[in-house]
Design a protein around this ligand. Sequence first.
Ligand code: NOJ
Length: 755
Amino acid sequence: MKSKFLQIILVVTLVFNYSCNESVSEKEIFISDLMSKMTLDEKVGQMNQYNGFWDATGPLPKKGYEKGRYDDLRNGLVGSMLNVTGVKNVSALQKIAVEETRLGIPLIFGFDVIHGYKTISPIPLAESASWDIKAIEKSARIAAEEAAAAGLNWTFAPMVDIYRDARWGRVMEGAGEDTYLGSVIATARVNGFQGENLSDFSTIAACAKHFAAYGFPEAGRDYNTADINKYTLYNNVLPPFKAALDAGVSTFMNAFNTLNEVPATGSKFLQRDILKGDWGFEGFVVSDWGSIGEMIPHGYAKDGVHAAELAANAGSDMDMESSLYVRELQGLVKDGKVDISVIDDAVKRILGVKYDLGLFEDPYKYCDLEREKTVIGSKENNLAALDMAKKSIVLLKNESSLLPIKKNGQKITLIGHLANDNNSPLGNWRGAGESNSAVTVLEGLENYGKNSITYKKGVDLYYGETNFHNRVKLNHTDKTGFKEAKLAAKSADIVVMVLGEEGFQSGEGRSRTELGLPGLQQELLEEVYKINKNIVLVLMNGRPLNLTWADENIPAILETWHLGTQSGNAIAQVLYGDYNPSGKLTMSFPRNVGQVPLYYNYKKTGRPGASSAEVTKSTYADVENSPLYPFGYGLSYTNFTYSELSLSSKEITRDDTIVVSVKITNTGKVKGKEVAQMYIRDHYGSLARPVKELKGFELLELNPGETKEVSFEIDNSKLVYYTANDRWESETGKFSVFIGGDSDVKDNKSFDLIN
Ligand code: NOJ
């Protein structure tokens, strides 16, 4: 089909011949030419995003609205659709936009491709535990390739929110509690989704979300108020967004929460001053689902008209599903409440991203039925998902080297609902992943070993959730399965218990007030333990859990999160020692829920303390301050020792670079990977400083007996922070540098920043 745009492109090419800056001006001329033809209605239409009518992740307007929406589409009043997937569906709607609207402007199709489209990778929190940046980028790349083959051109990912509270269900969706690691991973994910050339048919636009401070909801309750000071915002929350922007992210999504009393969606400070002002972001900002309308219940907007005015003026360019822009913006412009320049700016940004994607050249470039068949769910993609899954597993405890398990001659009793669950490992935000398509632990153990395996469920886990919206709590009280499980455990050489959260127990709207093993699982664990103590606890979960009892009693604990399509194969390979676990936690695991928010880079207070015996110190009476497992922690089937920490100089100026090195030796019997982590402590400053902050890391592999030296460069960029002077700068004084295998590392060397 010859699009109207081919004609426009011809004109543009002629004009372009006279231009001096080719690529920039071609795009600008094209867009301004197009915009000069657009009516106000059509401009506002570009700022309107509708859901695909049949799958929703938030409250939907009343039934029977579909026809009106198709009419809007035909009238050029829709710029984007979300949740429309598959070449057939995408092409059908694109055809309406291209062939039936006056100007034929193509739609941009967005979807939550968070950890895979159909081939599902580990949940993002799990992937972050790999600390393997190349693998994470590859995982995003594959997700993009599959999504693009399904007609999509925009993902609402990566979520780059920093968070410290395991009660919040969305911790599963990000890269953990640390800003430095979060920034590195944000860059990798944007590069993975967008590739080197956004207009390639296999890359899609990424979206850094949720701008900003959505990860700091009070009491860990989703959508709740965020009250954080300006310094936490600048030093902890914003850097991963800035990293995404520096990597060229095309879009941002704002957030549901208020930040210091102002809804993020209506925040000029966030969207206009910081993002589009200080940072010079040229892409567009989409609201979160209905978040423009939600400024009314927030107590910030009087009504829908007011909400649309506030959001547009604050810099929210596209309205996801509140329909307020398409309803109200024309009137607001006519009444002088929203200046036409605000609309023009938003439309220019939206058309700019469509242009970068190459949609004007070929609106159907993502719609190739043949590609859809071959790319999605390919063997290579499954192998990559398996690789990522293995790398994401964290070994938390391995007393007396109970793991790895021998591959044959063992009597294994496998217990737990999750051990034979092919749905939960897909986790939440599973894209177009097919329900019940994951490899179970039971299957994995059978695929990789020759042991005799007896499986017993023990107890039901599901609490009755059927889809994204409905939560029907089923309090399982039926313990009849305990008996069989215990009986089977009695004669086993090893009992593998797979316990944790089902796939939809974490994610959006899944906040919890307690962090124990849900339902009767803890009781089952304790009962089986009375019969056979040789237990390997395999955890599946989307957030840190309270594992205090397990840590005291169970000899081996493996954190496997929700690992996606290849879950059972990855777990079996680790249990059998075909793969030596190398993951490290990216969120601190608490001793109990009362410790959260919990994070390694805390401030010392004026009365630093650690033990519950210290009364007038900043401590608890009942538990130690420290986490059960710290940030950065994870074991291997081998051991690593760190020695000879050294600094190239004891003084540094802002123009210098010093080098810190350490030797790492594999003192065990098998090859293994270690994540060497460098932390810096700034001893004092114009603001109270954290005890230490991650500033570098390296993933290295060592043969048994092998020693390698790891070095990190420290220059001014590693010492700056957003100071009391409201700028990024370093401050003279003493610093200490630590290198170790987790954030609890003690060994350090100090230097002074002198000027
Ligand atoms: C609401 C979520 O907060 C956001 O992250 C997601 O992208 C949208 N729904 C669309 O599904």
